[in-house]
Design a protein around this ligand. Structure first.
Ligand code: NAD
Ligand code: ZN
Ligand code: ZN
Length: 381
């Protein structure tokens, strides 16, 4: 069939909205009609070439790629051997495919699934071949095996999580990446609990969800750090109790709040983590506290400088997180329930909805700091 998608054709180039050819779903695959797609900074990292397939797979070979991984959709057709989904089902995409059988899936760590680990590699998770092709016949990659910036896409059934059909599809798209990644960074990876002091550095889509995770986990003080005034003002609606424009201002606030003890947990979720940011974040972390790296770093950022004596002698924890260390199959529905109960704010995170054709305007708004989350709403076509 023919559909339309936003495609990155060369690293650093603009999104090109084009018609493309889509093959029917094969065994283990599902054809989707996209309802909404959130604009995650990782999509811009793929467009710019900042984020690419792991070493060994030449970065220059990334495009052409259909963008988008944070989506909600309606199932149109299922391929052979698909048992969990049927046409009409409402789903959220999972940028980490979950096989359900590997060591990680079977021990409660779906976010480390061996199939999901191939998220930046080309081809379908099912058999490595391509379902998406340009009008002139070239194979198209689809970001994170999803390709959410398309009216229709074919994905592995393993890349989908069914949601309650009563949930509105547009805010549900945020359950696909921003919300679990941010919420899980504080609630799971940092293990925030009652009375904690938490700092979130970078309060865009992911950081705003991290603020909500901290507040819902019982944190007493939640400090949002962002250079953009609009982000700092917005943070106060999502659980931040204090804001700061820089880490050094935040340090003074945290020192005062904790009588010099410093933060139990620090989540680093800026647009991109640079080599000085990790030491800065650790300087805000109390002894025995946890610093979580959630933002992406460039492949060239091979080393960071740390005050190692402070790190060791203060017994600090520094960790990365993928998807906020959430299990997509259980935690996307759990977060949906928190939304239905009015505890988790999704609608309020969506600053603006865009047509697919306006995707370059949407990313300009993201890069200009004008949105918490922008969403492509396919009903606006
Ligand atoms: N670990 C994961 O699984 C995962 C998943 C999704 C996204 N990410 C990454 O998370 C990061 C954030 O993504 P997003 O979609 O929320 O981006 P975003 O653009 O919505 O938000 C980033 C925020 O960081 C702020 N910022 C930039 N530099 C800063 C600095 N030095 N100090 C404080 N704030 C700063 C910006 O003003 C913005 O508000 C990106 O690097 C993205 O690639 C990681
Ligand atoms: Zn994302
Ligand atoms: Zn697995």
């Amino acid at each position: 069939m023919r559909s339309r998608a936003a495609i990155v054709r060369e690293p650093g180039g603009a999104w090109s909205v084009e018609e493309f050819e889509l093959d029917p779903p094969r065994a283990g695959e599902v054809l989707l009609q996209m309802a909404a797609a959130g604009l995650c900074h990782s999509d811009d990292h793929i467009r710019s070439g900042f984020l690419s397939a792991p070493a060994g797979s030449a970065r220059v070979q990334m495009p052409p790629t259909i963008g988008g991984h944070e989506g909600s959709a309606v199932v149109v057709e299922v391929g052979a051997n698909v048992t969990g989904f049927m046409p009409g089902d409402h789903v959220v995409t999972s940028f980490l495919a979950v096989c359900g059988h590997c060591r990680w899936c079977t021990s409660g760590m779906e976010y480390l699934c061996d199939t999901g680990a191939g998220t930046l590699m080309p081809g379908m998770p099912t058999d490595g071949t391509f379902r998406h092709h340009s009008r002139c016949g070239e194979d198209l990659r689809h970001t994170s095996k999803i390709g959410a910036f398309a009216q229709h896409t074919v994905v592995a059934a393993d890349s989908l999580v069914k949601i309650d059909p009563g949930l509105p599809l547009v805010p549900s798209a945020l359950l696909s990446c921003a919300v679990p990644t941010g919420y899980g960074s504080t609630a799971h990876r940092a293990g925030v609990s009652d009375g904690d002091t938490v700092v979130v550095i970078g309060v865009g889509g992911i950081g705003t969800a991290a603020l909500q995770g901290a507040a819902l986990s019982g944190a007493t003080n939640v400090v949002a750090v962002d250079p953009v005034v609009f982000k700092r003002d917005s943070a106060l609606q999502f659980g931040a109790t204090h804001t700061a424009a820089t880490v050094s201002t935040a340090a003074a606030v945290v020192r005062e709040l904790t009588r010099g003890v410093m933060a139990d947990a620090v989540v680093l979720s800026p647009s991109a983590i640079g080599d000085a940011d990790v030491a800065d974040a650790l300087s805000l972390t109390r002894k025995g506290g946890t610093c979580v790296l959630t933002g992406m770093a460039a492949p060239e950022t091979g080393s960071v400088r740390l005050d190692l004596q402070d790190f060791i002698l203060m017994n600090k924890n520094l960790c990365g997180t993928l998807f906020g260390s959430c299990n997509p199959t259980t935690e996307i529905p759990a977060l949906a329930r928190l939304y239905q109960e009015g505890k988790l704010k999704l609608d309020e995170m969506i600053t603006r909805r865009y047509r697919l054709d306006d995707i370059n305007v949407a990313f300009d708004d993201l890069l200009g700091g004008r949105v918490i989350r922008g969403v492509i709403d396919f009903s606006l076509e």
